[in-house]
Ligand binder design. Structure first.
Ligand code: SAM
Length: 284
Protein backbone atom coordinates (compact mmCIF):
# COMPACT_ATOMS: atom_id res chain seq x y z
CA UNK A 1 0.00 0.00 0.00
CA UNK A 2 1.26 3.49 -0.83
CA UNK A 3 0.85 6.53 1.41
CA UNK A 4 0.61 9.90 -0.35
CA UNK A 5 0.16 13.37 1.15
CA UNK A 6 -1.88 15.50 -1.28
CA UNK A 7 -2.80 19.17 -1.13
CA UNK A 8 -5.10 20.97 -3.55
CA UNK A 9 -3.25 24.05 -4.78
CA UNK A 10 -6.40 25.04 -6.68
CA UNK A 11 -9.66 23.11 -7.14
CA UNK A 12 -8.01 21.74 -10.31
CA UNK A 13 -4.38 21.27 -9.28
CA UNK A 14 -3.15 18.68 -6.81
CA UNK A 15 0.37 18.51 -5.34
CA UNK A 16 1.44 15.17 -3.82
CA UNK A 17 4.43 13.75 -1.96
CA UNK A 18 4.89 10.05 -1.39
CA UNK A 19 5.29 9.48 2.34
CA UNK A 20 7.07 6.56 3.98
CA UNK A 21 5.04 6.90 7.16
CA UNK A 22 3.06 9.24 9.32
CA UNK A 23 4.96 10.13 12.49
CA UNK A 24 2.29 12.20 14.23
CA UNK A 25 -1.39 13.08 13.87
CA UNK A 26 -3.18 15.28 16.37
CA UNK A 27 -5.64 18.10 16.82
CA UNK A 28 -5.25 21.21 18.96
CA UNK A 29 -7.86 23.79 19.87
CA UNK A 30 -6.82 25.65 16.69
CA UNK A 31 -5.94 23.15 13.98
CA UNK A 32 -5.07 19.65 12.87
CA UNK A 33 -1.33 18.90 13.04
CA UNK A 34 0.44 16.15 11.05
CA UNK A 35 4.06 15.12 10.59
CA UNK A 36 5.10 12.78 7.78
CA UNK A 37 8.41 11.29 6.71
CA UNK A 38 9.30 11.00 3.03
CA UNK A 39 12.25 10.04 0.83
CA UNK A 40 12.20 13.15 -1.32
CA UNK A 41 11.60 15.93 1.23
CA UNK A 42 12.49 14.31 4.56
CA UNK A 43 10.08 15.07 7.39
CA UNK A 44 7.33 17.59 6.80
CA UNK A 45 4.75 19.46 8.87
CA UNK A 46 1.21 20.16 7.69
CA UNK A 47 -1.49 22.18 9.48
CA UNK A 48 -5.12 21.53 8.53
CA UNK A 49 -3.73 19.62 5.52
CA UNK A 50 -1.64 22.56 4.24
CA UNK A 51 2.11 22.23 3.81
CA UNK A 52 4.05 24.36 6.32
CA UNK A 53 7.59 23.14 5.86
CA UNK A 54 9.72 20.24 4.71
CA UNK A 55 13.21 19.43 5.93
CA UNK A 56 14.49 19.67 2.37
CA UNK A 57 13.34 23.15 1.36
CA UNK A 58 12.63 25.01 4.63
CA UNK A 59 16.06 26.68 4.48
CA UNK A 60 14.88 28.78 1.53
CA UNK A 61 11.88 30.23 3.35
CA UNK A 62 13.64 30.76 6.68
CA UNK A 63 16.77 32.32 5.23
CA UNK A 64 14.78 34.70 3.04
CA UNK A 65 12.40 35.83 5.77
CA UNK A 66 15.31 36.51 8.16
CA UNK A 67 18.53 37.56 6.42
CA UNK A 68 16.92 40.13 4.11
CA UNK A 69 15.77 42.41 6.99
CA UNK A 70 18.91 41.66 9.06
CA UNK A 71 21.09 42.76 6.14
CA UNK A 72 19.06 45.98 5.77
CA UNK A 73 19.39 46.77 9.50
CA UNK A 74 22.48 45.13 11.00
CA UNK A 75 21.80 46.96 14.29
CA UNK A 76 18.65 44.94 14.92
CA UNK A 77 18.44 44.20 18.66
CA UNK A 78 14.83 43.38 19.58
CA UNK A 79 12.73 41.14 17.38
CA UNK A 80 9.11 39.99 17.44
CA UNK A 81 8.24 36.80 15.52
CA UNK A 82 4.53 36.13 15.06
CA UNK A 83 3.65 32.51 14.25
CA UNK A 84 6.77 30.53 13.43
CA UNK A 85 6.23 27.86 16.10
CA UNK A 86 8.36 25.42 14.07
CA UNK A 87 11.40 27.48 15.16
CA UNK A 88 13.02 27.88 11.72
CA UNK A 89 12.95 31.69 11.79
CA UNK A 90 14.31 31.76 15.35
CA UNK A 91 17.11 29.40 14.29
CA UNK A 92 18.29 31.93 11.69
CA UNK A 93 17.85 34.92 14.04
CA UNK A 94 19.95 33.52 16.89
CA UNK A 95 22.95 33.36 14.55
CA UNK A 96 23.27 37.15 14.99
CA UNK A 97 25.14 37.96 18.21
CA UNK A 98 23.78 41.54 18.06
CA UNK A 99 20.21 40.37 18.63
CA UNK A 100 19.48 40.62 22.34
CA UNK A 101 15.84 39.55 22.64
CA UNK A 102 13.29 37.63 20.55
CA UNK A 103 9.59 37.42 21.47
CA UNK A 104 8.01 34.48 19.65
CA UNK A 105 4.22 34.74 19.69
CA UNK A 106 2.70 31.44 18.59
CA UNK A 107 -1.01 30.81 19.07
CA UNK A 108 -0.69 27.02 19.26
CA UNK A 109 1.47 25.45 21.98
CA UNK A 110 1.01 22.00 20.44
CA UNK A 111 2.80 23.10 17.22
CA UNK A 112 5.89 23.95 19.29
CA UNK A 113 5.69 20.72 21.26
CA UNK A 114 5.32 18.56 18.15
CA UNK A 115 8.11 20.40 16.27
CA UNK A 116 10.46 20.07 19.25
CA UNK A 117 9.90 16.33 19.16
CA UNK A 118 9.82 15.59 15.42
CA UNK A 119 11.59 18.52 13.73
CA UNK A 120 14.77 19.26 15.71
CA UNK A 121 16.26 20.71 12.50
CA UNK A 122 14.00 23.75 12.83
CA UNK A 123 13.00 23.73 16.52
CA UNK A 124 16.51 23.13 17.93
CA UNK A 125 17.20 26.78 18.86
CA UNK A 126 13.90 27.59 20.59
CA UNK A 127 15.56 27.21 23.97
CA UNK A 128 18.17 29.92 23.24
CA UNK A 129 18.39 32.26 26.27
CA UNK A 130 17.32 35.27 24.21
CA UNK A 131 14.01 33.69 23.16
CA UNK A 132 10.76 34.20 25.10
CA UNK A 133 7.82 32.14 23.82
CA UNK A 134 4.30 33.55 24.32
CA UNK A 135 1.34 31.30 23.55
CA UNK A 136 -1.05 34.01 22.38
CA UNK A 137 -2.83 35.33 19.34
CA UNK A 138 -0.38 37.63 17.53
CA UNK A 139 -3.22 39.99 16.62
CA UNK A 140 -3.91 40.63 20.31
CA UNK A 141 -0.22 40.68 21.34
CA UNK A 142 0.70 43.59 19.03
CA UNK A 143 -2.19 45.73 20.28
CA UNK A 144 -0.25 46.36 23.49
CA UNK A 145 3.27 46.84 22.08
CA UNK A 146 4.52 50.40 21.45
CA UNK A 147 7.92 51.42 20.09
CA UNK A 148 9.38 48.11 21.27
CA UNK A 149 10.99 46.32 18.31
CA UNK A 150 13.51 46.87 15.52
CA UNK A 151 12.02 44.05 13.48
CA UNK A 152 8.73 42.16 13.28
CA UNK A 153 8.63 38.91 11.27
CA UNK A 154 5.16 37.65 10.47
CA UNK A 155 5.74 33.93 9.91
CA UNK A 156 2.11 32.98 9.74
CA UNK A 157 -0.18 30.43 8.19
CA UNK A 158 -2.39 31.47 5.27
CA UNK A 159 -5.12 34.14 5.62
CA UNK A 160 -7.83 31.79 6.88
CA UNK A 161 -8.29 29.93 10.16
CA UNK A 162 -6.16 31.24 13.06
CA UNK A 163 -3.90 33.21 10.67
CA UNK A 164 -6.71 35.36 9.24
CA UNK A 165 -6.24 38.27 11.67
CA UNK A 166 -2.55 38.54 10.74
CA UNK A 167 -3.48 39.86 7.29
CA UNK A 168 -5.73 42.72 8.46
CA UNK A 169 -5.24 46.47 8.36
CA UNK A 170 -5.64 46.64 12.12
CA UNK A 171 -2.77 44.18 12.56
CA UNK A 172 -0.39 46.02 10.18
CA UNK A 173 -1.24 49.35 11.84
CA UNK A 174 -0.42 47.90 15.25
CA UNK A 175 2.83 46.44 13.92
CA UNK A 176 3.76 49.95 12.75
CA UNK A 177 3.19 51.28 16.27
CA UNK A 178 5.09 48.38 17.85
CA UNK A 179 8.21 49.23 15.83
CA UNK A 180 10.94 51.77 16.63
CA UNK A 181 11.35 54.84 14.40
CA UNK A 182 13.42 52.94 11.81
CA UNK A 183 11.67 49.58 12.24
CA UNK A 184 11.07 46.90 9.62
CA UNK A 185 8.25 44.38 9.18
CA UNK A 186 8.64 41.31 6.97
CA UNK A 187 5.79 38.93 6.26
CA UNK A 188 5.08 35.80 4.25
CA UNK A 189 3.10 37.26 1.39
CA UNK A 190 1.51 34.32 -0.45
CA UNK A 191 2.03 33.55 -4.15
CA UNK A 192 1.18 35.63 -7.23
CA UNK A 193 0.44 32.67 -9.49
CA UNK A 194 -2.90 31.01 -8.79
CA UNK A 195 -5.97 33.27 -8.66
CA UNK A 196 -6.95 32.77 -5.01
CA UNK A 197 -3.36 33.19 -3.75
CA UNK A 198 -2.84 36.22 -5.97
CA UNK A 199 -5.97 37.81 -4.54
CA UNK A 200 -4.68 37.25 -0.98
CA UNK A 201 -1.30 38.75 -1.83
CA UNK A 202 -2.87 41.83 -3.47
CA UNK A 203 -5.13 42.37 -0.48
CA UNK A 204 -2.17 42.10 1.93
CA UNK A 205 -0.09 44.49 -0.20
CA UNK A 206 -2.90 47.05 -0.34
CA UNK A 207 -3.17 47.04 3.45
CA UNK A 208 0.57 47.17 4.10
CA UNK A 209 1.08 50.04 1.62
CA UNK A 210 -1.50 52.07 3.50
CA UNK A 211 0.27 51.43 6.84
CA UNK A 212 4.00 51.88 5.96
CA UNK A 213 5.78 54.56 3.86
CA UNK A 214 8.12 51.96 2.30
CA UNK A 215 6.56 48.73 1.11
CA UNK A 216 8.24 46.41 -1.38
CA UNK A 217 7.76 42.75 -2.27
CA UNK A 218 10.50 40.16 -2.89
CA UNK A 219 10.46 36.60 -4.16
CA UNK A 220 11.95 33.16 -3.68
CA UNK A 221 11.53 29.74 -5.20
CA UNK A 222 10.01 27.32 -2.66
CA UNK A 223 9.25 23.97 -4.35
CA UNK A 224 6.58 22.73 -1.90
CA UNK A 225 4.42 25.89 -1.80
CA UNK A 226 1.68 26.45 -4.39
CA UNK A 227 3.28 27.12 -7.80
CA UNK A 228 6.74 27.22 -6.17
CA UNK A 229 6.84 31.00 -6.67
CA UNK A 230 6.56 32.62 -3.25
CA UNK A 231 6.56 36.23 -2.13
CA UNK A 232 7.59 38.09 1.02
CA UNK A 233 6.57 41.59 2.01
CA UNK A 234 9.17 44.12 3.21
CA UNK A 235 7.73 47.18 4.94
CA UNK A 236 9.75 49.87 6.69
CA UNK A 237 9.44 53.29 8.28
CA UNK A 238 12.70 54.60 6.76
CA UNK A 239 14.95 52.02 5.15
CA UNK A 240 14.67 51.02 1.49
CA UNK A 241 15.48 47.29 1.16
CA UNK A 242 17.98 47.73 -1.67
CA UNK A 243 19.09 51.38 -1.75
CA UNK A 244 19.80 51.77 1.98
CA UNK A 245 21.82 48.61 2.47
CA UNK A 246 25.48 48.05 3.29
CA UNK A 247 25.93 44.67 1.61
CA UNK A 248 29.66 44.58 2.44
CA UNK A 249 28.80 44.78 6.14
CA UNK A 250 26.59 41.68 5.94
CA UNK A 251 29.23 39.78 3.96
CA UNK A 252 31.84 40.66 6.61
CA UNK A 253 29.74 38.81 9.21
CA UNK A 254 30.81 35.58 7.48
CA UNK A 255 27.48 33.80 7.98
CA UNK A 256 27.20 30.61 5.94
CA UNK A 257 23.87 30.39 4.12
CA UNK A 258 22.59 27.94 1.52
CA UNK A 259 20.14 30.17 -0.38
CA UNK A 260 20.58 33.78 0.67
CA UNK A 261 23.44 35.95 -0.58
CA UNK A 262 23.67 39.68 -1.06
CA UNK A 263 23.45 39.58 -4.87
CA UNK A 264 20.33 37.46 -4.60
CA UNK A 265 18.99 39.95 -2.01
CA UNK A 266 19.10 42.78 -4.56
CA UNK A 267 17.79 40.53 -7.35
CA UNK A 268 14.88 39.18 -5.29
CA UNK A 269 13.23 42.62 -5.38
CA UNK A 270 13.20 42.58 -9.21
CA UNK A 271 9.79 41.09 -9.94
CA UNK A 272 8.20 39.73 -13.12
CA UNK A 273 6.08 42.29 -14.99
CA UNK A 274 2.78 40.56 -14.24
CA UNK A 275 3.53 40.67 -10.50
CA UNK A 276 4.55 44.34 -10.62
CA UNK A 277 1.27 45.06 -12.38
CA UNK A 278 -0.76 43.24 -9.74
CA UNK A 279 0.99 45.24 -7.02
CA UNK A 280 0.56 48.56 -8.84
CA UNK A 281 -3.13 47.82 -9.29
CA UNK A 282 -3.69 47.99 -5.53
CA UNK A 283 -1.28 50.85 -4.73
CA UNK A 284 -2.82 54.30 -4.20
N1 SAM B 1 6.22 28.85 6.75
C1 SAM B 1 4.88 28.54 6.94
C2 SAM B 1 3.98 28.73 5.78
O1 SAM B 1 3.82 29.85 5.29
O2 SAM B 1 3.44 27.74 5.31
C3 SAM B 1 4.38 29.09 8.23
C4 SAM B 1 4.82 28.14 9.28
S1 SAM B 1 4.45 28.43 10.94
C5 SAM B 1 4.28 26.77 11.41
C6 SAM B 1 2.91 29.24 11.05
C7 SAM B 1 2.43 29.31 12.48
O3 SAM B 1 1.59 30.43 12.65
C8 SAM B 1 1.60 28.09 12.93
O4 SAM B 1 2.31 27.36 13.88
C9 SAM B 1 0.32 28.69 13.51
O5 SAM B 1 -0.12 28.04 14.67
C10 SAM B 1 0.75 30.12 13.76
N2 SAM B 1 -0.35 31.08 13.82
C11 SAM B 1 -1.46 31.11 13.03
N3 SAM B 1 -2.25 32.13 13.39
C12 SAM B 1 -1.64 32.76 14.43
C13 SAM B 1 -1.98 33.88 15.23
N4 SAM B 1 -3.12 34.54 15.03
N5 SAM B 1 -1.11 34.26 16.20
C14 SAM B 1 0.05 33.59 16.39
N6 SAM B 1 0.40 32.51 15.67
C15 SAM B 1 -0.42 32.11 14.70
Amino acid sequence: MELWFSELHTPNVKFSIKADRQLYAGRSEFQRIDIFDSKEFGRFLTLDGYMMLTEKDEFIYHEMITHVPLCVNPDTRDVLVIGGGDGGTVRELVRYPGIRHIDLVEIDELVVEVCRKYLPQTAGCLSDKRVAIHYEDGLKFVRHAKDAYDLIIVDSTDPFGPGEGLFTKEFYGNCYKALHADGIMVNQHESPFYTQDAYAMQRAHKRIVSSFPISRVYQAHIPTYPSGHWLFGFAAKKRHPVKDVDFAHWNALGLKTRYYNTQLHAGAFALPNYVEEMLRDVEP
